[in-house]
Design a binder for this molecule. Sequence first.
Ligand code: FE2
Ligand code: FE2
Length: 313
Amino acid sequence: MNGSTEKKSFPVSQILDGSVTDFDLFLSVKGEAILYAAPGYVWTRDETTRLMAHGWNEFQVNSAQAALVRMYLQLARLPLIDREQAPAKRINSIQDLAAAFTECLYSGEVTEAAVCHGERISRAIVECILESPSSIKEISNLMEHDQYTFYHSARVAVFATAMSFTMGVTDEKHLQRIAMGGLFHDVGKKDVPLTVINKAGALDQAEWQLMRAHPSRGHDTLGAAGLSLETMEIVLHHHERMNGSGYPDGLQQSGIMTEVQIAAVADIYDALTSSRSYQKRRTRYEALDFMKHKLLGADIAPVAFRGLVAALT
Ligand SMILES: [Fe+2]
Ligand SMILES: [Fe+2]
């Protein structure tokens, strides 16, 4: 991008501490646009405060990059997490934030700014679980089905993180990679109409094909984002089943990474305990009972199931 294309103004105050902008930001100096920050620039509050203290309240951005700018602003408007809040309360604020984040993802592009925001949320989840592993018991599942899609990713991230911690993963970075997997696991559904996702009746062949493609689509979408192996594996393989009946690759047993087995159990548990247009929600006990008697071994990994039980009790 050069400085001569059509520009729009962008308030410096909208730049979020610790965020990455993935578009060009110019300062207007004597009517000339001077490139200040190229894509990939990492911001601190100190820097934006200093700019504003010197009277630089506005950047200029290229109109051609409007979609990236819009996504960044949408993300910047999401609420911040109050670290002073007690973990039991905080986990629900994080859930609300993650749901709003997923809604942004579904309506926009998976930009570098979006990935960076996902990492902030994943960090908040891990901090909360490390501070109080039992806080996941406060996660509320009473969700209308039209909100399900957005809250679902948030809960899978929280459940999978808590399960992994209970199973002995204590490394924060490792837990964050798992939380990221939960947050992004269904991002391939962003092109599937909500009418199909929430459809009460059986899906027709074309709709089913669209649904089955979401792990690969999500994986493709995130391909260039530089995410970790664990995160990418969760996105691609969370519908694999222990007996090889899953998709997209029909992987079996130890061919499915442990982190993926955990995310798959978290995914199924959340689906069972949520109210959907086609299904009444099960209680925690009913869901665990169903998983134990109908899914254990053939579909889900015993070790991951034990992790879920331990995390919830
Ligand atoms: Fe999925
Ligand atoms: Fe899912």
